[in-house]
Design a protein around this ligand. Structure first.
Ligand code: NAD
Length: 689
């Protein structure tokens, strides 16, 4: 089977078999659809053939529709998935789908359009379109309820989760569930099968229980703008119950079209492609390859080192944990043990498995333990002299092929790398806290990091199941540098008249997982304090609100001292508004003679989100970020940015960059803000024009 001709037709007795296989997991591109359509027509016209088997080879029956076609509109080009659904479900010979791997989205819809399905017990069947802000648009919402009932179908389509095959064995969805070869079993089944009308002709019944269920799902979806998707799915499944197939299919189509053009779906699709694109590093030499990493060491068993060691252990790496003192090692070991004990308690790991993973952990107080290691990562104190001395030790003891990784958040990795005899092997692996939970990994490429070291770092990200994004060296890299500006602008908004509670609630209602002040309380307000002091050393004119400093000086460090911007002393984990804080703010403004202004939630959101995007354009201009979409990925994976808004850069672009510029020019007029920050970066001006 050539990769151009993706179809192989064979015959066994009176069974005609359409084998199909593409390099891209049988994604239903226009080319594959056309080939399938023609092959099925050919077998339908073949008098010798009495039944047909559709066998997706490869690991996938089909991974689904080609999402890129939705934006281009080519998904509707003949033969569309709809044409295939009609051809199959109207076929006058029984068609059997043989599913051995995954059948996702459009791939499952193709199988639902067949008369029968022979499925391997380990196959994965799902309609995950909801994650892209879509509904299954090739009769999935109409057919699945007819196979497994409206309630189960609604659940499957709303969650996008794989169907639990063992529970569906008695439904017409699964004619045969087999542990053997699905194609062979399908051919045997096809020999015996009689022609019967397709399930689409069945009419479902809208009973009271279903009416209640639909209402309950609608209530749960509520009025949040991102839930347009859930409402459309509920309406489509309702149509499967109240209308005949053709009418229901038409309704599904209308709903599908409205979602494809919705900003929610555009944003979710952008996020999907952005994550894929982040893996692509355009300037790597073609012959560079990742090094083979088998053993790793983590130096420093503090908060980050322990969490990072957990990540490596969970991914199956033998890990040596190195500390300077026994006490530090013991603290780290206890953090690691606690983690695995809690995984066992939560039923996520068996005791046996947890023990086996931890058996891969060894410890040492000597750098000589690095001699057998392929990659060592330091997570010691964020102090120039400590880091330099640790990197020098790594350089001395690691074998020549090894990668030297640093988890520094703020130090200049270009200069740190030069402290070793092999700066080309130094790379930043910037994890986020808690490292075993947070999916984001910034991979920091220094001026000297060579291609193979960078590729190794990206490969490590993949093996740790992190979302890895490459960034250049600067203070804060991509994520924290933008965050610092976002927090600074949010702080200045308090000076100008907004309360921290209004700012948090405006941004949370807009979709951020946590408002900026709630977030600072969680991280510890002392961290921001130190960052501000550091930034002021570098630029004494940088404008900050002084209120955050006053809070720290009053020992309101956040959750850890039970008081910060919020009051946690009553046990409320989200904290309560605190009149004391508001009074401090009042005094602060009065002392400075600030004329307070009322802010709308919209303006608060615009200032804060444009602060992110504005700094993002600067990062792009400086070449720290490779592309806008990488910045979005950082914010989606690491900072609780709502995925359905696509990321700060995508959001700003969708709003219109000229609108962003106009808003920035207006913000710059406000005397309490930092006019210099709102100067339009050249790149932004260029892109807008
Ligand atoms: P931490 O203070 O919890 O841990 C540092 C550990 O390093 C301590 O256990 C200390 O004993 C050990 N150590 C110090 N000197 C050492 C040496 N010479 N040899 C071996 N071990 C030594 O600090 P942390 O929060 O885990 O931060 C570690 C690094 O991770 C810093 O560079 C920090 O900037 C970075 N980071 C921290 C966070 C965070 O949220 N905490 C997030 C990302 C990155």
């Amino acid at each position: 089977m050539s990769s151009v001709n993706q179809i192989l037709i064979e015959k066994q007795g009176q069974v005609g078999i359409v084998n199909f296989q593409t390099e891209k997991l049988n994604v239903l591109s226009h080319a594959l659809r056309a080939d399938l359509y023609q092959a099925i027509q050919q077998l339908l016209a073949d008098a010798e053939v009495e039944s047909i088997v559709l066998a997706g080879l490869n690991k996938a029956f089909s991974a689904g529709a080609d999402i890129a076609e939705f934006s281009a509109g080519t998904h509707l080009q003949f033969p569309s998935l709809h044409d295939l659904v009609h051809l199959l479900s109207d076929a006058d010979k029984p068609v059997v789908a043989a599913i051995s791997g995954t059948a996702l989205g459009g791939g499952l819809e193709l199988a639902l359009a067949c008369h029968h399905r022979v499925v391997h017990a380990k196959a994965q069947l799902a309609l995950p379109e909801v994650h892209l802000g879509l509904l299954p648009g090739a009769a999935g919402t109409q057919l699945l309820p007819r196979y497994i009932g409206a309630e189960a179908a609604l659940d499957a389509i709303l969650t996008g989760k794989p169907l639990k095959l063992a529970l569906l064995a008695e439904t017409p969805l699964l004619d045969v569930l087999t542990d053997a070869d699905a194609k062979q079993a399908a051919i045997e089944f096809a020999v015996t099968v009689q022609k019967a009308p397709h399930i689409k002709h069945i009419t479902l019944e809208l009973n009271d229980a279903l009416v209640e269920l639909l209402q309950a799902k609608r209530d749960a979806a509520g009025t949040k703008p991102q839930n347009v998707v859930q409402h459309a799915i509920i309406n489509a499944v309702e149509a499967a119950v109240t209308l005949d197939f053709e009418q229901g299919f038409a309704k599904e189509q209308v709903l599908f079209q409205s979602l494809t053009t919705s900003s929610v779906s555009k944003s979710l699709r952008h996020a999907f492609f952005a994550e894929r694109e982040a893996k692509n590093i355009p300037d790597l030499s073609a012959d560079a390859c990742a090094k083979n990493i088998e053993k790793v060491a983590v130096i420093g068993a503090g908060t980050m080192g322990s969490g990072i060691a957990i990540c490596f252990l969970q991914a199956g790496f033998p890990v040596t944990l190195i500390e300077k003192q026994q006490e530090g090692l013991e603290r780290g070991l206890s953090l690691i043990q606690k983690h695995f004990a809690s995984q066992v308690a939560k039923g996520r790991l068996t005791e046996e498995k947890a023990q086996a993973i931890q058996a891969n952990l060894s410890t040492s107080l000597e750098y000589s333990a690095l001699a057998q290691v392929d990659l060592a990562l330091e997570a010691v104190f964020e102090d120039w002299d400590v880091k330099t001395s640790v990197l020098k030790q790594m350089d001395q003891y690691l074998p020549p092929h090894a990668v030297l990784a640093s988890n520094t958040s703020t130090l200049d990795l270009n200069v740190l790398a030069q402290q070793t005899s092999r700066p080309e092997s130094v790379v930043g692996l910037h994890f986020f806290s808690p490292a075993q939970v947070m999916p984001l990994l910034e991979v920091i490429r220094t001026n000297t990091t060579d291609d193979s070291t960078l590729m190794t770092a990206l490969e490590i990200g993949k093996r740790l199941r992190k979302v890895a994004v490459v960034a250049g060296v600067c203070d804060g890299f991509i994520g924290n540098r933008m965050l610092n500006e976002y927090l600074r602008i949010a702080g200045l908004l308090i000076d100008a008249g907004a309360s921290p509670y209004q700012i948090d609630s405006a941004l949370e209602n807009w979709g951020m997982a946590m408002g900026p002040f709630r977030m600072c309380d969680m991280a510890g307000n002392d961290i921001g304090y130190l960052i501000r002091k550091q930034q002021l050393k570098l630029d004494p004119n940088k404008k900050f609100s002084g209120i955050a400093d006053q809070l720290v000086e009053a020992k309101r460090l956040g959750q850890k001292t039970q008081k910060g911007w919020y009051d946690y002393s009553q046990g409320n984990r989200r904290g309560e508004h605190d009149a004391e804080v508001l009074a401090m703010i009042d005094v602060y403004r009065t002392e400075r003679g600030i004329q307070v202004k009322n802010f709308s939630d919209e303006e608060i959101v615009a200032r804060c989100i444009y602060a992110l995007a504005n700094e993002g354009f600067r990062l792009l201009e400086e070449g720290i970020a490779l592309r806008q979409s990488d910045i979005d990925v950082v914010y989606l994976a690491g900072y609780g940015f709502p995925r359905w808004r696509g990321g700060p850069m995508f959001y700003a672009t969708e709003q219109g960059l000229d609108n962003m510029i106009a808003a920035m020019q207006q913000f710059a007029q406000d005397p309490t803000t930092d006019a210099s920050f709102w100067q339009v970066p050249d790149l932004l001006a260029q892109l807008a024009s």
